[in-house]
Ligand binder design. Structure first.
Ligand code: NAD
Length: 313
């Protein structure tokens, strides 16, 4: 099939591109490299089945020109930093909602009907539920990033209802692994490289979330796409365990061979305003049909630390 990936030069998108090429598909990556990296797709540039377009989704004429004759659009491009909404209040409106509208509108013009979307656990907001199924509601995000994701989900669902699109929407846990460029693991490694004796930890370290290894994320995306055929297919994508921030700090120091590192907590239950400190996703809907994460949350974190430390691409 002919696949189009927005954000395909990013962390998750580039792994998805690799897998789709290995499976024999043609892949076009559309990415402005704002948080992606050309090195993540360099090895595919000579492949006749691979095309890279460096362009911005906010440029509607450009995306309309490029998005033609594809079977499926995987829409992964977005601002990946949950925290940035605190200081740039229009970022997630533009990169989350407007960019998604542009993708949908370009697809409508080109008569392409299938869209796979990378949403996030943050759409659920802060709840008292020990484990959140897809049916949980109301969904009230507490970050602008979360609002951008929920807005994008709404637009996609509306294009399904109004223009007969079909979608696979995935609410990811925290995804980690090789080519990871942001998040707690990268942050701790960067800080400890600068000062191997002390580590600043945002919050009280008890924040507790599921971490999904990137190859499990990609296998989940493709499993859901292959096995579910409703008009709107919505899934949580997660392993069934969680890891605390302090445990991540311990694993990072172990893997870096550091001893007697002082952990300095900034305090409070969350890392920053808009951070959901504790959650677990109920992934029963997709696991019932046979997909499972191969790594637990701790295993995913440990492997991702090694990947990032050894700059594995
Ligand atoms: P990433 O930053 O590595 O990938 C996003 C890619 O989109 C980058 O290559 C970037 O250059 C590109 N991009 C951004 N804005 C663009 C624009 N306007 N036009 C063209 N390209 C643009 O991040 P990632 O971690 O790989 O995340 C991929 C998707 O998954 C994102 O939508 C993100 O919100 C979502 N997600 C990620 C996680 C996670 O833990 N990594 C969790 C939940 C959801």
């Amino acid at each position: 099939m002919k696949m189009f990936i927005t954000g395909g030069a990013g962390f998750i998108g580039s792994h998805l591109a690799d897998t789709l090429l290995k499976d024999g598909h043609s892949v076009t990556v559309y990415d402005n490299l704002s948080s992606g990296d050309k090195r993540f797709i360099e090895h595919n540039l000579q492949d006749k089945k691979f095309i890279f377009i460096k362009a911005d989704l906010l440029n509607l004429p450009e995306i309309k020109k490029e998005i033609k004759d594809y079977d499926v659009v995987f829409h992964l491009a977005a601002n990946p930093h949950v925290r940035l909404g605190e200081t740039q209040t229009d970022l997630d409106v533009n990169q989350g909602i407007l960019a998604t509208y542009n993708v949908l509108e370009a697809m409508r013009h080109a008569d392409i009907k299938k869209i796979v979307f990378s949403s996030s656990s943050v759409v659920y907001g802060e709840t008292n539920e020990p484990s959140l199924p897809e049916t949980y509601g109301p969904t009230l995000p507490i970050s602008l990033y979360g609002a951008g994701k929920l807005g994008a989900e709404g637009l996609i669902s509306a294009f399904c209802g109004t223009f007969d699109f079909q979608t696979w929407i995935y609410r990811f846990a925290n995804v980690v692994g090789a080519r990871g460029t942001h998040g707690v693991i990268v942050d701790f490694i960067d800080k400890l490289k600068k000062n191997p004796r002390q580590l600043e930890i945002l919050g009280d370290g008890k924040q507790c979330k599921p971490y999904l290894y990137v190859s499990d994320c990609v296998s989940g995306i493709l499993f859901g796409f292959t096995h579910f055929h409703d008009r709107v297919n919505l899934f949580n994508l997660s392993c069934d365990s969680t890891t605390t921030v302090t445990r991540i700090a311990e694993m990072v120091t172990e893997e870096m061979g550091l001893e007697n590192v002082t952990f300095n907590y900034t305090g409070g239950i969350r890392g920053w305003k808009g951070d959901v400190p504790r959650f677990q996703l109920d992934a029963t809907k997709i696991t019932t049909l046979g997909w499972n994460a191969t790594l637990s949350s701790d295993e995913a974190v440990r492997r991702a630390i090694r990947d990032v430390l050894h700059a594995k691409l």
